[in-house]
Design a protein around this ligand. Sequence first.
Ligand SMILES: Cc1cc2nc3c(=O)[nH]c(=O)nc-3n(C[C@H](O)[C@H](O)[C@H](O)COP(=O)(O)OP(=O)(O)OC[C@H]3O[C@@H](n4cnc5c(N)ncnc54)[C@H](O)[C@@H]3O)c2cc1C
Length: 365
Amino acid sequence: MSILVVGAGISGLSTAWALTKRGVPVTLVEQGPIPNPLSASGDQHRIIRRAYGSQGGYQRRIGAAYAAWDEMWDDLGSKHLADTGFMLLSQVPGDGGEVYRNGLIEGGYPFENLSPEETAERFPFIDPSTIRYGAVSSEGGVLLCQRIAADLKNWLIANGAQVQEKTKVMSVDGSAGSVALADGRVLVADHVIVTAGAWTLGLFPKLEISLKTYRTAVVYLTPPADLREPWENAPAILDPGGSNDGYVLPPVAGTGLKFGAGVHRYRAEPDQDRTAREGEGEQLRDYFSPPIARIGEYRVDDVVTCAYTFTADEHFFATTDGKATVVSACSGHGYKFGAVVGQKLAEGIVSKEMTRAQTWLEARD
Ligand SMILES: Cc1cc2nc3c(=O)[nH]c(=O)nc-3n(C[C@H](O)[C@H](O)[C@H](O)COP(=O)(O)OP(=O)(O)OC[C@H]3O[C@@H](n4cnc5c(N)ncnc54)[C@H](O)[C@@H]3O)c2cc1C
């Protein structure tokens, strides 16, 4: 049996890793370098956390996600996860921070409740007059994406997988199990797994009924000097409350302080508008006041644009047609499941029961 994997974001790299571990010959094809800075997996860091609000299926799958990462750290000989924990803030009743916190309560998962004053005492970058409460969980952290990708690439090559960077797939033939490359070659395998992220619709336009592609951006900031240390010791902020659907990654393990906001996105092609607009960093930064105090003192260092796909209800998506399976494990929250998604797809291939992988990914139970 031989498998072709199209796209070396975290889904493709992990699938290649899990197949290689099961003794399956793999060819992994990536249009850019690995890591590809344009991919959703190519930024410095991503959050892993238990809280999932109304998507209880994903909340219950976090244990499996952690187990898969642990297996990967063993193989890579290095743990690329900073265990910072995570924090929720609520500014108004029913906001994102509150929805996530209710999900933790319903699931029976432990966390610490903090008053506004206690929150600001522990995390002095928060303005206590702008929040109703804070909630902190120790079960969560920051995945170091660029290091994971670089190490996975080296692990794959060392373990016999074929890794082809800067090799673009132009089309996939599911009945033949083949892909046509931009350089004119055709590669054939027993099965093709397409993990092409925001570029999926370029290969499978008919999937537009299920997948929508968006452009967003995140900002890297330098905080005021007296807040540098508190930020270095801060948890990831899964939701700062209010209506911006924001999140913050602390500057850990050599990474930068990053702010991003779910409201800051629009429909676009994956290669469209990949240069930040004038003032976009300040716009992203200013979404965070409230609840971040002294926001104007944060210096904008960099703005990174991103492209990603969403399903209507933000559950993952997988479909098999003949010898091709297309996977979209994104909807803005898929990185944390990267390692376990790879395992589920590899199990599906080996057992020839891809529907089990599909059911697991969709997480409706
Ligand atoms: C701003 C932002 C913040 C996020 N925050 C979080 C978070 O905190 N926690 C979390 O868990 N998730 C988060 N996510 C989601 C997470 O980043 C994605 O779920 C995950 O990275 C998707 O990985 P992927 O491998 O499926 O896709 P991608 O990482 O996009 O990889 C697809 C790869 O396929 C390659 N490719 C595409 N087409 C072709 C082709 N034709 N030929 C060859 N190669 C091709 C691309 O170059 C790319 O490298 C966030 C996403 C964004 C955009």
